[in-house]
Structures are given as C-alpha cells and as structure tokens.
Design a protein around this ligand. Sequence first.
Ligand code: FAD
Length: 312
Amino acid sequence: MRVSIIGSGVIGMTVAHELATHGHEVTVISDRDHRASVSSVAAAIWFPYGVGRTDRVMAAAATTFQRLVALADDPATGVRMRSGTVLARTAAPDFSYISGVPVVSGVPDGASGVRCDLPLIVTGVYLGWLRKQLDDRGVRLESRSVSAIDDVTDADAVVVAAGLGSAALVGGDPGLHPVRGQVVRLANPGLTDFVLDDDNPAGLTYVVPRDEDIVCGGTDEPHSWDEHPHGDVEAAILARATALVPALRGLPVVSRAAGLRPARPHVRLELLPARPRPVVACYGHGGSGFTLSWGEAADVRRLLESPAIWPE
Ligand SMILES: Cc1cc2nc3c(=O)[nH]c(=O)nc-3n(C[C@H](O)[C@H](O)[C@H](O)COP(=O)(O)OP(=O)(O)OC[C@H]3O[C@@H](n4cnc5c(N)ncnc54)[C@H](O)[C@@H]3O)c2cc1C
C-alpha cells in the first residue's frame, strides 16, 4: 500500500522503516529536519519514563529493547549497550517496569537501586543511520508543513506521527501537551556508566555518557513551550549531576539544548474514526519515544495490514 507518514522524528522514521521493510511504498512528510526535532535532543537511553505504562506500551518497550540490543552489534547504528545504575529513593522501589532487563549486580555502597545494562542511543548517529536506511529502502522524504490530513494526496493510508504537531492534524487533542526538558553536554574523558535518578528530591537527574560527550539532565516542566536552554537551569542540573558523579566537575561544556516531550496521559496509537481512508494516530510518547519506537512501528504496521480496517 502507499502510506504517507507525517513526522520525521524517531517515531515517524521508525514507522517508515518498518513499513518500507515489509514492502509498502512510503513517503515521509516533515516540516523540520530530524536534526531539529525533539528526538535529536533526547539523552537517549532505553527507559520507560514519562509515559503511561499500559500493557501495550510495556510490550512495545520490550520489543524495542530486543531490537536495540541487536542493533548495538553494529557500531554504525549509534546504539551502544552500557552498564549503569538506576537509583531508587523509596524504601520499597518497584522495578517491575524494567523486568526482563539483565541486572548486572548490586548498586554502589550507600545507594539503593539496581545496576543493569541498557541500550543507549547516540541520537546524532542513530537518526542519521535511520535516515540512510529509509533512503536505501526507497522512502521518499518531503520537506513541508501539512495543515490538514486531506492535503496529503496519493496515499492509501496516512500515519500521524507528528509529536506535538499531531493535535492540530487530528482535529484537536486536549490531553497532548509539552513537557520541557533541558540538557547540557560535557566533553567525555572516557566515562561509560550511566546514572538515572528520576526521584531526586532536588529534581530529575541523569548522567548519560555517550561516545564523545556526556548528557547531563534534566528537567520536566509540563506545559512549557520554551525551546531555549537557560543558564540558571543548567547550573542547577550540573550541581545535581556532579553531586552524583564527582568526576564531572570541571569538564568543559560542549553543547546545550532544550526540547519539548510530546506528553499525553497515554500514548495514542489507533485508527481515527470516520475517515474516507485509514488514518492511524501514533503520538504522545512523552519521555519514551526511543524506548517504544520499534514496538510502536510494529503495532502501526499490524493495524494497517489488518483487513478489517479497509473498506470492502
Ligand atoms: C531532554 C529530553 C530527554 C529525553 N530522553 C529520552 C530518553 O532517554 N529515552 C527516550 O526514549 N526518550 C527520551 N526523550 C523523549 C523523546 O525525545 C521523545 O519521546 C521523541 O523524540 C518523540 O518523537 P516523535 O517522533 O513523536 O516527535 P518529534 O521528534 O517531535 O518529531 C515530530 C515530527 O513531526 C513533524 N511535524 C509536526 N507537525 C507537523 C506538520 N503539521 N507538518 C509536517 N510535519 C510536522 C516535525 O517536524 C518532526 O519531524 C527525551 C526528550 C527530551 C526533550
């Protein structure tokens, strides 16, 4: 079938990969290059954060985990397997949401949590790799803004994977809102272990060493549309991160960014009602777009290939 996908962030490009790999004729339409998408700001580690953890979403996370583990065998993909610590701040932490993830060993002395191996995605490398995979599969890319789904012609079906831009395309969605996240990236002298400290009373904190830099975060500010990083916020992030990982002290800043997570009480992956052709909504992945991407892509394909959604 001919499918047009609106959005070239991690969700739109992964759905395009899945559909093109299974023989469909795919076009991706986007008003921003992937390098300017929210996806390029992400840390990005496999971790179900800032998303409603339904059974379907957790199955998508598990599917994606397996796919990323396989991709990590090829350094060109930008996926790396990294060991690190997920800290816990409560007496009886619930780690069921990372069940299935190989636990390496205990946590450092004096801390509480779990030490495990997780896939880490070096976004600049990975999104470029994904884009190349689409080129290799004959996916067409159109650079333009879509103001209405009906403006997308020459397609048997449409997938709306436009992150925060999706609400305007589907006729409104009061639940979809931005959750602003700010990061600062430091030069990496050779650190490899990540630390995730979501429940830090001083604020969301994570330290994620990539190849050349270390992503330090973060913030989670609901309903802020501000895409500019701020100095006072950065200083607070660095203070929290350095308290966790003293080796960060004095490392040079190489870049900084802020992005808007497309948040929703629950991810929306469904067929829109009453349309002349199938239109699938796939958005609202909050802080887990990379974590869910391959599972979401498989679910979109299953839905589109289901005979029940096609008119007689
Ligand atoms: C600081 C930060 C850290 C994060 N860390 C992680 C992490 O560690 N792990 C993880 O899994 N996730 C993480 N995330 C979340 C992740 O980045 C998002 O869930 C993911 O990027 C959402 O992808 P998306 O493709 O839905 O949206 P986007 O990347 O926003 O892409 C949307 C696309 O739609 C296009 N578009 C929108 N409207 C229109 C229109 N009308 N016409 C044409 N094109 C349109 C845009 O140009 C863009 O290409 C983080 C996010 C932030 C901000």
